[in-house]
Write a protein that binds this ligand. Sequence first.
Ligand code: SAH
Ligand code: SF4
Length: 364
Amino acid sequence: MLNKPLPSLLGLTKDDMIEIFEQHDEPAYRAGQVLEWIYRHRAGSIDQMTNLSEPLREKLTEQFRFKTMEKVKVQGAGDTTQKYLFKLHDGRYVETVLIPASKGLYGDKADRLTACVSSQVGCAYGCKFCASGLAGLTRNLTADEIVGQLMEVEALSGKKINNIVFMGMGEPLANIKNLEKALDIITGQWGMNIGARHITISTSGLAPMIKQLADRPQQIRLAISLHGATDEVRDKIMPVNSKWDIDALFEALHYYKNKSNKRLTLEYILIKGVNDSLDQATILAKRAKSLKALVNVIPYNTVEGLDWVRPDDEHCHRFRNTVRDAGVTTTMRIEKGHDIDAACGQLRLKQETEEGIIKAPIKA
Ligand code: SAH
Ligand code: SF4
């Protein structure tokens, strides 16, 4: 029942669930039974939880939602990258992408299935090149809406996800409370049981929250959307840099690095004439070396309504080689034609603009 504004069972940790059952004078082991139905048996409804008494199932149905979203659209065929558009209970949309075999990226093997999840509807950070930030922030996703994306794409594709990247819509660290709850459910052995080392969080650089994440006992991987090696360049395209400049950001990254021995990734999209000079490449390499970070060079993906341009392939290679030749491990993937796995936020933007939920975005 999609429109019922009830809390969802998918947003509860094991402790939350035990507490709820105790409040209803039900034994704590019921919590384990419900979690098994959700995450092990993948029940499609509360009614399917047949080892619970009928009155208890009724009580749960009255108080909780089970489904958190509805599939609206899927782009791409089964064995390639697939982009899912989901409708939330309040009529808003989010995107989730399934990427098979992201070989080499984030230390993963070729047989991986990666899910790229959204953390917010829209984004408040307004990076000038990004579709997600074009119409500002609508709202945070709740923990159940984060977990729900993963559960839905697994159910719809019939495949098991073994790698998660928070690189969809939104700034995950601006929604850190719900993010942390979702991480507990995703990594819990009673939950989705996906290891923290298979999870990467991408951030535009919210320094205090990077430190907060570093203090978690789990070793989550971190990717930073750097996109400019100096404040002068970064200021032009990422407003977040006026709040936490590159020095503040790197101070937090060193803190993260010292707490966790996981390798950091610096993401660097290449936009023609904006951040793609070879001087930037040299400074980027120096910064990456100070952190022993990996650099992922991403030729810009055109966004409808924005005038930014991707440099030609030759220049992208020259930029990448400059960073690599300075002794930094780099990755770069040049897509031919339209690439659906990057530039997340475009499907939702189109859908919500068409429906008049948001006004047509203003050009940056
Ligand atoms: N808010 C977070 C996570 C979501 S964005 C962050 O910014 O890191 C995921 C990645 O896609 C970011 O690195 C972002 O900079 C990048 N991106 C956004 N628009 C893009 C585009 N048009 N082409 C290529 N990468 C893009
Ligand atoms: Fe937000 Fe990330 Fe897009 Fe910037 S790049 S607007 S932080 S989603």
